[in-house]
Design a binder for this molecule. Structure first.
Ligand SMILES: N[C@@H](CCC(=O)N[C@@H](CS)C(=O)NCC(=O)O)C(=O)O
Length: 204
């Protein structure tokens, strides 16, 4: 198994899940700043030019965070990354989609890539402010969902990997996390899988 990742990018969540599995894999760092994801070496693997990208042992390419996470959980049931209970599974998928499609793609994407959202440089501060607003609303929603739970759906699951990376970004850009999200981030940072991932990505 091979994981294409960029240090500190959303691929960090999939990196954590691979560490949770404890099976051998190769981590391949893709330098997004230098545009390595647009070069043939990478686009021949994933023409979408995105990390995370996973290539499994049969050579099948897997893309999109929720799909990769779901596939890892279902093909490695010993790791208990997704409970058998269908309601909890649906909750995990719901939460992952909210982290990726809303908090990441609508919130943090505006903060990290404001020029992608406006042709006018003087509008970029407003774009970033809107991104912050979307992310903050997202964390407030997830904070309520976390009440009384150690992890996103109760037991640790693939949803925590998605929640972890957006919380990690919040800390990086100075968005204050509400208390349940802040406690969840600390809980994640204490997991050996997360510590190994941060070390491997040069972020420890
Ligand atoms: N919807 C994708 C999002 C992946 C994504 O946006 N990855 C970012 C890094 S966090 C990326 O590869 N960006 C490169 C670019 O868009 O140029 C997923 O779920 O995996």
């Amino acid at each position: 198994m091979k994981l294409f990742y960029a240090p500190g990018a959303c691929s960090i969540g999939i990196h954590v899940l691979l560490e949770e599995l404890g099976k051998p894999y190769d981590g391949v760092a893709v330098n997004l700043r230098e545009g390595a994801h647009f070069k043939p070496e990478f686009t021949s693997v994933n023409p979408k030019s995105k990390v995370p990208t996973v290539v499994d042992d049969e050579g099948t390419v897997r893309t999109e965070f929720p799909a990769i996470a779901y596939w890892l959980a279902r093909t490695n049931p010993f790791a208990n990354l997704l409970p058998d209970n269908i309601d909890l599974q649906a909750r995990a998928l719901e939460l992952m989609d909210y982290c990726v499609a809303t908090i990441h793609m609508q919130g943090f994407a505006r903060i990290f890539r404001a020029p992608n959202f406006t042709p006018t440089a003087s509008d970029e501060a407003a774009v970033k402010a809107r991104g912050t607003e979307i992310a903050e609303k997202g964390f407030a929603t997830l904070d309520a969902a976390l009440a009384g739970k150690d992890y996103a759906i109760g037991p640790f699951s693939i949803a925590d990997a998605a929640l972890f990376y957006v919380e990690f970004w919040a800390k990086r850009v100075g968005i204050a996390l509400p208390s349940n999200c802040a406690a969840h981030l600390e809980r994640m940072l204490a997991r050996p899988s997360v510590q190994r991932t941060l070390k491997a990505e040069g972020l420890a």
